[in-house]
Ligand binder design. Structure first.
Ligand SMILES: Nc1ncnc2c1ncn2[C@@H]1O[C@H](COP(=O)(O)OP(=O)(O)OP(=O)(O)O)[C@@H](O)[C@H]1O
Length: 241
């Protein structure tokens, strides 16, 4: 269980982007973040991944007070949380499998990324992950020959192959056609249910959040103004964002 309390992010000499945001993340939960452009969605995600520093607040992950643990806290987050930026890129001339195996910058030793050398159990783990995102028949297809949705699913596999239990993902279906978007979100939802992976996804466009998320949290100008079960939002709730 993850507890975010009073997360505030002040840009030095700039705006206060997040203002006392508090919410919990349960194992296996799919949380969508909604909010207008500039409301702080991506900053919230990057703060959860510790890619941005927190100005104040507390961050408890499995009972560990992360911000008080310094480098150990950072290592725990890097181990347990995978961060996927909007429109992730694959190495075009490497297969889907190789992308999963060696593409995760920062999680694979540099010598292994450069040489492409992998251990047998890494290979099995990557194949498992590719199967979980429903792409086993595309494992040996080159990155640039995959469709947008397939690339996104490979990127999800790459992000999770090192055993993370939480996936933080920015606009997972941005730029995808409705069919591919549906496939990506079905995979993500399935992972939550079968592997108890928690997902926090910025999903502002369309009604994807309402259709796939267990919970929707909403930001307006850096404040959390909505925290509801995943369902069709009322007009009043939409007005809050
Ligand atoms: N390093 C920074 N310096 C100055 N302003 C920043 C910085 N980082 C974020 N901001 C501002 O904070 C606000 C929130 O940015 P953020 O990217 O989190 O919004 P968002 O909700 O993800 O927007 P979008 O939907 O357009 O991607 C924006 O107004 C942005 O300009």
């Amino acid at each position: 269980m993850i507890k975010v309390s009073q997360l505030t992010k002040q840009i030095p000499g700039g705006p206060k982007v997040l203002k006392g945001v508090s919410f919990d993340i349960e194992p296996g939960e799919f949380i969508a973040i909604k909010g207008a452009s500039g409301s702080g969605k991506s900053t919230l995600l990057r703060c959860l991944a510790l890619r941005e520093s927190w100005t104040s607040g507390s961050y408890i992950v499995d009972g560990v007070d992360i911000l008080k643990k310094g480098i150990l806290g950072k290592m725990k987050i890097r181990r347990e949380m995978a961060y996927l930026e909007e429109k992730p890129t694959l190495i075009p001339n490497r297969t889907a499998l190789k992308n999963v195996l060696i593409g995760a910058v920062g999680q694979t030793p540099a010598w292994r990324r450069l040489t492409g050398m992998v251990r047998n159990d890494d290979y099995m783990g990557a194949m498992d992950m590719i199967e979980k995102v429903g792409l086993i028949d595309k494992a040996h297809q080159k990155g640039d020959k995959l469709s947008g949705g397939e690339k996104q699913r490979v990127a999800v596999a790459r992000a999770l192959v090192h055993g993370a239990t939480v996936l933080l993902v920015d606009e997972p279906v941005s730029g995808l056609d409705p069919h591919a978007a549906e496939q990506v979100l079905s995979d993500l939802k399935n992972m939550c249910k079968t592997q108890r992976i928690s997902i926090v996804a910025v999903m502002h466009q369309g009604d994807w959040a309402e259709r796939f998320a267990d919970r929707i949290i909403g930001l307006n100008n850096g404040e959390l103004v909505l925290d509801i079960k995943g369902r069709r939002m009322t007009e009043r709730e939409k007005m809050l964002l």
